[in-house]
Design a protein around this ligand. Structure first.
Ligand code: ADP
Ligand code: MG
Length: 696
């Protein structure tokens, strides 16, 4: 009142408000107009009719036709949520779930987290109001545990089904079953590629609804000779396109965050030298761990006269559609998960993409007009080296986590589970053995109390076990912290090139006394917490504050879950061995013994591995004799990442069913060693499929 009196008469506040409302109305109108231009719009009524008539429908349409953003809205508008039931729309990728939810909230003119929300691991952005819920497929799988008939949902859209992620594959089997006893549940399986027949067959000949896409011609250019370094070639190609080609944005496919950051840096440096005659190049990275506020940037048009280049992982292949792309640069690689049931190792490897992937990538340039795709590989390589299909993730992953969830759902007979493409029985058996060794299953393959607690924690079974075991060692607080740090991502420290030595020293300080990487992570978190979660502290110690904040969020969620499984929160008060033992209780399979030449050999699987150069334990002298590690990564060699020293006698104490005295002896001569390996394999195999599947 005082304020408006002072502003006598003019009431500028009201004017501003009116302006703001005006802009909002205009923006909303534009958004609604845009919605009507999407290919799916013309088929809205037909689609709704088909959904009303059939319980299960396969929807196929080009990327960008509006499947993900529009169909849930159509269903909402058509009244599928009026009875209080929700619409679920699953995405294999975290970023896609968040980004699409944000867009849909904007289109519906609501606040994100209200009517429209998203749910991803360790982040729930939904509320009681939420009726349109985007979520990762992994989250819906978790919801099944608490609600096996999915009563709170009226419609489930399994989106991006062509990706064949492991969780989507399991969901396909589960929802098929639910649909049988819930005739009111509507199921939509949506795919960007034309392998729809397979989905239709799986769902007893469910009708396929095709949304004809708009696709312009795409000129494909190959390199004449193979490129030695595709990152260099990619940078050169992007710059050349920018300097020589007509306006239109560029999309470059890379394999991961690190590569994207490298290319971003090089491009920034090189464009600075181009002078003022050349248009500005706006560089937009997008990958899973990119902070949310930066994710939206890829969708913003470049300022007039400037050109945008999007540096993306596979996420831009079909999950996210970026408008205005005229040029695609495709090195033809992606990171794929690969798993060897024989050795039990899972690794991320950079591999050539499949032909359908390469074609999807090329297609991204022809959405709004004719496009050009520059493939940094030869035509011969496309025809001869690239696979015709991508192998479903379920056939190349460690299945322990999935098997644990299925067991928790009461699905005991895994062999007769309705898999669209069943995993190899070797992989299933290995998963059962792993879970048995972790104490999650008994010898009849039934879930134990430990197993039931592990299921509640949305973590890899090994980490879940470490946390459950921490109760016994009286250090749940510490193990929770270590687990949260490991879940928050690999980028805890940063190492600017010009300050590499100082950064290394700062980092090594957390490992003082060679406590090992796990305790070092604990030290980082504890100090950060003592600093009052200070960003300055992070800067001073070369720690990424983004990772720390994420670790804190993860930890908060885990704390809540710990209460649910009734694990007492206790601190080991500096007893590092207690923490190491709890870690070992989860990771006892991941142990290695030093050999005379300084390399390590993994216990039981007998692989030669090395300590990752980024590990605090890489330069310890003398190097520890026995170590436990978090994971193996394969680059030039096989490396153990996150390494801590361990006393071999712990293994007998912690995992007596897995290790016997003779596993821990000194390295044997080669012949005996081979026999030893065979014997170890034999004991491991002493449990057979029959024990687990109740096959008579
Ligand atoms: P589909 O699922 O069929 O591939 P989408 O529904 O994801 O198609 O995309 C439809 C349109 O919505 C595209 O033009 C895309 O650019 C736009 N869009 C999607 N997400 C966003 C976002 N976060 N910001 C801006 N535009 C978006
Ligand atoms: Mg989509």
């Amino acid at each position: 009142f005082v304020k408006s009196a002072a502003m006598a008469g003019t009431e500028p506040e009201d004017d501003e408000l009116a302006d703001e409302i005006d802009t909002k109305v205009t923006l909303q109108r534009e958004l609604q107009d845009q919605r009507k231009t999407l290919p799916v719009y013309k088929f809205k009524d037909e689609l709704l009719k088909a959904i009303a008539e059939h319980q299960i429908i396969i929807v196929v349409g080009e990327t960008g036709s509006g499947k993900t953003t529009q169909i849930p809205q159509y269903l909402h508008e058509a009244g599928y949520t009026t009875n209080g039931q929700k619409i679920a729309c699953t995405q294999p990728r975290r970023v896609a779930a968040m980004s699409v939810a944000a867009r849909v909230a904007q289109e519906m003119g609501v606040k994100l987290g209200h009517e429209v929300g998203y749910s991803i691991r360790f982040e729930d952005c939904t509320s009681e109001k939420t009726v349109v819920k985007y979520m990762t497929d992994g989250m819906l799988l978790r919801e099944f545990l608490g609600e096996p008939d999915l009563t709170s949902y009226g419609v489930v859209v399994l989106d991006e089904a062509h990706e064949r992620s492991i969780s989507t594959d399991i969901l396909l089997g589960l929802v098929k079953d639910v649909a049988r006893f819930r005739p009111d549940l509507k199921l939509l399986i949506s795919s960007a590629t034309l392998n729809a027949e397979k989905f239709s067959d799986f769902f007893d000949m469910a009708p396929v609804f095709k949304i004809p896409g708009r696709r312009y011609k795409v000129d494909i250019h190959y390199t004449v000779a193979p490129e030695a370094d595709y990152v260099d070639a990619a940078v050169a190609t992007v710059l050349q396109l920018h300097v020589t080609q007509l306006p239109g944005d560029i999309l470059l496919f890379l394999t991961g965050q690190q590569e994207i950051e490298t290319v971003e840096e090089i491009l920034r440096r090189r464009t600075r030298g181009l002078g003022t005659k050349i248009a500005e190049l706006v560089i937009c990275p997008i990958y899973a761990n990119l902070p949310t506020e930066l994710q939206a940037k890829i969708f913003e048009p470049a300022p007039p006269g400037a050109r945008k280049v999007v540096l993306a992982t596979n996420i831009a292949e079909t999950s996210l559609t970026i408008d205005g792309i005229s040029y695609v640069v495709d090195p033809g690689f992606c990171k794929v998960k690969s798993y060897s049931p024989r050795t039990g190792t899972e690794s991320l490897l950079v591999r050539p993409v499949s032909k359908p992937s390469a074609d999807q990538r090329a297609g991204r340039s022809g959405r709004t007009g004719p496009g050009k795709c520059f493939r940094l590989f030869t035509e011969h390589s496309y025809n001869k080296d690239m696979e015709d299909q991508t192998v479903p993730e379920i056939q190349r992953s460690n299945l322990a986590s999935v098997v644990l969830s299925l067991k928790a759902l009461g699905i005991n007979d895994l062999v007769s589970f309705d898999f669209m493409d069943p995993p190899a029985s070797e992989g299933l058996l290995k998963a059962l053995e792993d879970l048995f060794a972790l104490g999650a299953l008994n010898s009849r393959g039934e879930l134990t109390k430990t197993g039931r607690r592990m299921v509640e924690l949305p973590l890899d079974p090994m980490m879940a076990k470490a946390i459950v075991a921490s109760e016994r060692y009286g250090c749940s607080e510490e193990v929770l912290t270590v687990g949260s740090m490991l879940s928050a991502g690999n980028a805890v420290f940063y190492r600017p090139k010009d300050k590499a030595l100082i950064a290394d020293a700062a980092r090594q300080r957390f490992n003082a006394g060679n406590v090992g990487d796990h305790i070092a992570l604990l030290n980082v978190y504890t100090e950060w917490e003592q600093s009052g979660h200070s960003a300055q502290w992070c800067l001073d110690h070369f720690v990424q504050s983004r990772t720390m904040r994420r670790a804190r969020d993860v930890r908060e969620q885990l704390v809540a879950l710990l209460e649910r499984v009734e694990i007492e929160r206790r601190s080991g008060a500096g007893d590092h061995d207690a923490v190491r033992k709890a870690i070992t209780a989860g990771y006892f399979r991941n142990t290695a013994q030093r050999r005379r030449d300084g390399s390590y050999r993994t216990a039981k699987s007998w692989r030669t591995v090395s300590v990752h150069p980024s590990s605090g334990m890489a330069r310890v002298d003398p190097p520890p004799r026995w170590v436990v590690y978090h994971e193996l990564v394969e680059t030039t060699k096989e490396y153990m990442r996150q390494v801590t020293e361990l006393k071999p006698e712990w293994l007998l104490e912690i995992a007596p069913h897995y290790y016997q005295e003779n596993n821990l002896n000194k390295p044997k001569p080669k012949k005996a060693r081979e026999q030893g390996a065979a014997a170890a394999a034999a004991t491991e195999r002493s449990l057979s499929l029959n024990d687990f599947f109740n096959v008579q």
